[in-house]
Design a protein around this ligand. Structure first.
Ligand SMILES: Nc1ncnc2c1ncn2[C@@H]1O[C@H](COP(=O)(O)OP(=O)(O)O)[C@@H](O)[C@H]1O
Ligand SMILES: [Mg+2]
Length: 214
């Protein structure tokens, strides 16, 4: 294999199938002889995973992080993740598949949590800089279908999953708006497709964008 690594992010609400698609894409790209690093946000490095636990399970005496505090925790985690895993992997020629990235902060903390969008763009310039994704796949699924999948998964809800229905509806609409505003980077996929069909559709986008991943 030759060539440079590509940075692909998967976005969408809880239960839309991001993690399932991330492993399917990893398998398909590895089968082509590519080196692939599959990672997630918040997290991906030991430092960022520690921050993930703080975000998703706030200490018992914390009523919940204020939206701005939560945003700063996400960017602290993202900076650590970029410095210690994402950039070194891309520089070494690996493809990086990241389950959630900056668009999740835009959708959750800005659109649904009402942190001013320009604050997030400022932080993004500082922390992400040039390392913006080459491709973002936005998984689109009605909230009711995503809820149904989550119920089957039956884990305890974390601090963000537990927020009101309106918050999650705002998140869903925000992801679609982000994709519309960034057509050169984002592609919306119908996430109601079966896992294999969704992976095929995602690979078709990757082939179209990157010339067959070769
Ligand atoms: N394309 C799909 N069609 C049907 N069920 C799916 C699909 N993708 C994932 N699932 C199931 O839905 C649940 C949530 O999927 P997951 O990949 O964990 O979503 P996310 O990472 O977006 O929260 C899991 O039980 C998973 O097996
Ligand atoms: Mg997941």
């Amino acid at each position: 294999m030759a060539g440079k690594g590509r940075f692909i992010t998967l976005e969408g609400g809880e239960g839309v199938g991001k993690s399932t698609l991330a492993s399917a894409l990893e398998a398909r790209l590895v089968a082509r002889g590519l080196r692939v690093v599959r990672t997630r946000e918040p997290g991906g490095t030991s430092g960022a995973e520690a921050i993930r636990r703080l975000i998703l399970s706030p200490p018992p005496n914390v009523a919940g992080w204020e939206p701005l505090a939560e945003t700063l925790l996400f960017y602290a985690a993202r900076t650590n993740h970029l410095d210690n895993l994402i950039r070194p992997s891309l520089n070494a020629g690996s493809w990086v598949i990241c389950d959630r990235f900056s668009d999740s902060t835009r959708a959750y903390q800005a659109a649904a949590g009402h942190v001013p969008g320009e604050h997030i763009e400022t932080l993004d310039k500082i922390c992400v800089g040039e390392t913006t994704p080459d491709l973002t796949l936005v998984l689109d699924l009605p909230l009711s279908a995503a809820r149904h999948r989550m119920a089957v998964r039956a884990n305890d809800k974390d601090a963000i999953e537990a927020r009101a229905q309106k918050y999650h509806e705002d998140v869903h609409q925000a992801f679609l708006a982000i994709a519309r505003a960034n057509p050169q980077r984002c592609v919306v996929l119908d996430a109601s497709a079966a896992p294999d069909a969704l992976a095929k559709a995602a690979m078709a986008v990757i082939d179209e964008r990157f010339g067959g991943g070769r």
